[in-house]
Design a protein around this ligand. Sequence first.
Ligand SMILES: Cc1cc2nc3c(=O)[nH]c(=O)nc-3n(C[C@H](O)[C@H](O)[C@H](O)COP(=O)(O)OP(=O)(O)OC[C@H]3O[C@@H](n4cnc5c(N)ncnc54)[C@H](O)[C@@H]3O)c2cc1C
Length: 444
Amino acid sequence: MESDLAKTYRQESYWLDSIPESLEPLPGLDGDIRCDVVIVGAGFGGLWTAYHLKRAVPDVDIVMLEAETAGYGASGRNGGALGGIYDGFEQWVADPATRDAAVAVKKDMIQTVYRIGEICEAEGIDCHYAREGNYMVATTKKEEAVVQGMVKGFGALGFGPPDYELLDAKETARHVAIDGVRSCVYSPHFAAIHPARLARGLAQAVRRKGVRLFERTKVRATAPGSVTTDGGSVRAQTVVLAAEAYIQSIRGFKRLLAPIHGQMVATAPLGNELFEKTGITPPSRPYFSVLSPLPLYGQPTADGRIVLGAGDAYYFGSRLKKGAEFKSQFVHGRLLDSFPKLGDVPITHRWGGAMGFSRHRAPTVFLNAQKTLAWIGGFSGSGLAPSFLMGATLADLIADRKSERTSYPWVRDGFPRHWEPEPLRWIGVTAVSRWKHLQDYFNR
Ligand SMILES: Cc1cc2nc3c(=O)[nH]c(=O)nc-3n(C[C@H](O)[C@H](O)[C@H](O)COP(=O)(O)OP(=O)(O)OC[C@H]3O[C@@H](n4cnc5c(N)ncnc54)[C@H](O)[C@@H]3O)c2cc1C
């Protein structure tokens, strides 16, 4: 029997709800301890950092502190699109000083999709990894021009077919029949995964390697070389902050990231007859997205549902909403637009989660010169592959290993600029969001 607390974790997302094992949290920190590296947050950023660091330096003593339970944050709520993409790419490509590095990161990111599959295999993590690529669908003339431009742009950077190729409406509909499809960009470097299974499996993998994970342990304050929680403190050579959108709960980091919420829905299992109406043929599990001012992304799950996500809500004062607070009506509406033949298929789960957006719109790895304080985050809506590669980068930096990754543009020598205080932050972020919603409305 699970406690009421474990049951509330299940309400945070369909993914957490469908974890077969118990979600009972591990014991929290009780007393003052020491270690080499303390990592705050057991989502993908913290877990991959721990994983890579343990591989590089097996006897390093790592402690992880998690406010709730592993995978509680965005890592257990997202769309499960593991793709060779990252935020910051367009910005870095546009700058001649970072263009080559942007391309190198992109190549590495594509390989990451495959490496994660191999690691899951090696570690026995059953995260329903299905690498069948992503179909990014255009449904309007404008979007069609965008997908054409994308294929051309990627081609000019050395990512021509088969990395990115243009498919016509007929070919696209053979894999996923989004209503009104005109064409799509197909990339094979995408896997659909069950993200909470990956996060929970990774937590078990790092614990097997000797990492001490304390759950229900919220860090209140940090200083170089130490963190304080209600249950005790941890002194360490290096403190790694990996709390993403929730980092605002730690003193001094209220405005480092803006938490932008995405909303999600999961349908009831469709059955073969209904699936036929989506153009998807189980057990095939292609990832798909619909290109629009507010992009839609989704996957057929291993248990025969459609999980779909979209949206970009910001709440005044960077307020974080719980998963179950979301009605996800916007996404439900988009599901009906995209697959009208599904009719009133029951929606069994509606939830939301917060992505961490940095002011400079790119992810960051930072380790101070004394190696006493590090930060990994700012993934925005693309964190699955980047957290792996950035975790490896941070592990290299902590272990003093020079690699190609340690010269990537996401390595910075300080925290990036913080967001503006309220109400300016709300006005700025909300204006962009409203503009996108308006464009989205007139787009359809
Ligand atoms: C709705 C949604 C859809 C998304 N879809 C995709 C997608 O399809 N593909 C993709 O690549 N990316 C996607 N993302 C982004 C991706 O999920 C994130 O970038 C990634 O999971 C971030 O991992 P993280 O470890 O940095 O943060 P989180 O997973 O948020 O982990 C942070 C952890 O820190 C803990 N914590 C917070 N404060 C404290 C504290 N004070 N003390 C101790 N612990 C603390 C939290 O409880 C949490 O477990 C999506 C995100 C959302 C919200």
